[in-house]
Design a protein around this ligand. Structure first.
Ligand code: 13P
Length: 256
């Protein structure tokens, strides 16, 4: 039963370019990715560049199998919000996804669980698929609070959006201590959290796409993707290298 249901979920690999890139670097990176692309029957792939480069990425990827999306959004659809970007604006450049609740924004921009919930709802209102990031700090893990911390982050969104809406989105488990550090969660640690997240959704959990993020590279991706509850990856550094990115997409296609 579980394996049948797993087969219904497609895998997903998303490159989060964070605040990296330039028009010229992006041109080369996108060209290399497209040149090395092979059709992947089991995987959806997307790239989330800085807002300013979304039209460039959209133009390059138009007609390819690779989608694109934003790294954040404002909860309002429009208004006097200097420096902000809305869900309808992301949709206007044909974005498919938007990342919400990334730990870098939770920490650097003091985004709270409640704010992230508003962003999540705004994303779906605009027809985007939110990629909801959750994950604990090293201190929370050491104190044995990892699962409780993650549950609270997800519950805040479920309380506002409803459990069905969250089950239609993408969850990304990104332990803070593994992001950009070279320390990947062990397969056991990741598997425990992914299984926990899935069971929060009861029956709906079987349809929920849950990806892992945090120092995923071509040389550790296959091991992570082999686990039943890991449906793909949210990549930082590895998405800035065409070879790494393509290799990870291929691992996702052949896993399981
Ligand atoms: P790294 O892959 O560089 O650790 O970043 C992960 C991440 O934060 C993706 O959103």
């Amino acid at each position: 039963m579980a394996s049948e249901s797993t087969a219904q979920r497609r895998r997903l690999v998303v490159g989060n370019w964070k605040m990296y890139g330039s028009r010229q670097e992006n041109t080369f990176l996108l060209a290399d990715i497209l040149a090395g692309w092979e059709p992947l029957a089991e995987v959806d792939v997307a790239i989330c560049p800085s807002f300013i480069y979304l039209p460039q990425v959209a133009e390059a990827l138009q007609g390819s199998a690779i989608a694109w999306g934003g790294q954040s959004l404002n909860p309002d659809d429009s208004g006097a919000f200097t420096g902000e970007v809305s869900g309808p604006m992301l949709a206007d450049v044909n974005s498919r996804y938007v990342i919400v609740g990334h730990n870098e924004r939770r920490r650097l921009r003091a985004e709270t669980d409640q704010f992230v919930a508003l962003q999540f709802v705004a994303a779906q209102r605009a027809g985007l698929i939110p990629i909801l990031c959750v994950g604990e700090s090293a201190e929370d893990r050491a104190a044995g609070n990892a699962l409780a911390f993650i549950t609270a982050q997800i519950s805040a969104v479920i309380n506002l959006a409803g459990i069905d809406a969250v089950a239609r989105a993408v969850l990304a488990y990104e332990p803070i201590w593994a992001v950009g550090t070279g320390k990947t969660a062990t397969p056991e640690q990741a598997a425990e959290v992914h299984a926990h997240i899935r069971q929060l959704f009861g029956e709906r959990g079987e349809q929920l796409t849950i990806v892992y993020g945090g120092s995923v590279k071509a040389n550790n991706a296959a091991q992570l993707f082999a686990l039943a509850d890991i449906d793909g990856a949210l990549l930082g550094g590895a998405s800035l290298n065409a070879e790494e990115f393509l290799a990870i997409c291929r691992h996702a296609n052949t896993a399981g």
